[in-house]
Design a protein around this ligand. Structure first.
Ligand SMILES: *Cc1c(COP(=O)(O)O)cnc(C)c1O
Length: 229
């Protein structure tokens, strides 16, 4: 995963995104600095990530347990207060590593994975907060619990599995207008007294901020295009 030298400046990109987010928050009459940036570093090597770390950014997203475990231990030794968020689909056979390695798990979406995470959290006595992924577009190929099944699943996660549920996450369908999806996620989070809404990516984080995101997941907007692999 060695990347070609380029003129991409992740630190400058983060600063510009921060400004745009605050402008959007003002326009939506939300308090400024209430949206966190998850810099999605999947697909990029340490050399590309480092300038963001050196500029003080501490919150990063990865979509594969294996890739994150190969890439981050060294960087974490240097930058101890990094927060790593798992934003990709999780299989039960990776639950152990996910609980040990990640600080937040954003993609809890079915009883089997909820149960596996609960078991690992007990075994490791480590309880990283989790988000429930909602499949707001009800796309069959996509992860996430569908909206009408979400209330029962959220209740099971907190009540039966005692997972530290902090909020909800969604990835709207590629070809849809995003606003109804973001508005629905915020509404569902509020209905369950959940604060965190992880929504919005490089192409739509402004809309997400206006509609109540508390954290946006931005990859290419920070680090440039991902190298093909
Ligand atoms: C890759 C990814 C992102 C970032 O996508 P960009 O369009 O590069 O900002 C955000 N969320 C999830 C779940 C992803 O897998």
């Amino acid at each position: 995963m060695k990347e070609p030298v380029s003129d991409i400046d992740p630190a400058a990109n983060l600063a510009a995104i921060r400004d745009e987010l605050n402008k959007a928050l003002e326009e939506a009459s939300r308090p400024i600095d209430t949206v966190t940036i998850n810099a999605v570093s999947k697909g990029h090597d340490g050399a590309r990530i480092r300038p963001a770390l050196e500029a003080g950014h501490r919150i990063y997203g990865e979509n594969r347990v294996q890739e994150a475990m190969a890439k981050w231990p060294g960087l974490r030794e240097e930058f101890a207060d990094v927060e790593l968020r798992l934003i990709g689909p999780l299989q039960t056979n990776k639950a152990k590593e996910a609980v040990a390695f990640f600080d937040v798990i954003e993609t809890v979406d079915r009883p089997k994975i909820a149960k596996a995470l609960a078991k690992e959290m007990d075994a490791q006595d480590r309880r990283p907060p989790v988000l429930i992924q909602i499949n707001t577009g009800e796309e069959p190929q996509k992860g996430g619990v569908i909206p009408r099944e979400a209330p029962a699943f959220i209740k099971a996660c907190t009540g039966d599995y005692h997972l530290p549920v902090a909020g909800l996450m969604c990835i709207p369908p590629i070809d849809d207008a995003v606003a109804p999806h973001f508005a629905l996620l915020r509404k569902m989070a509020d209905a369950h007294d959940l604060k965190v809404c992880s929504m919005g990516m490089s192409g739509d984080y402004i809309a997400a901020a206006k509609l109540g995101a508390t954290i946006v997941r931005i990859g290419s907007g920070v680090f440039g295009p991902r190298p093909a692999n």
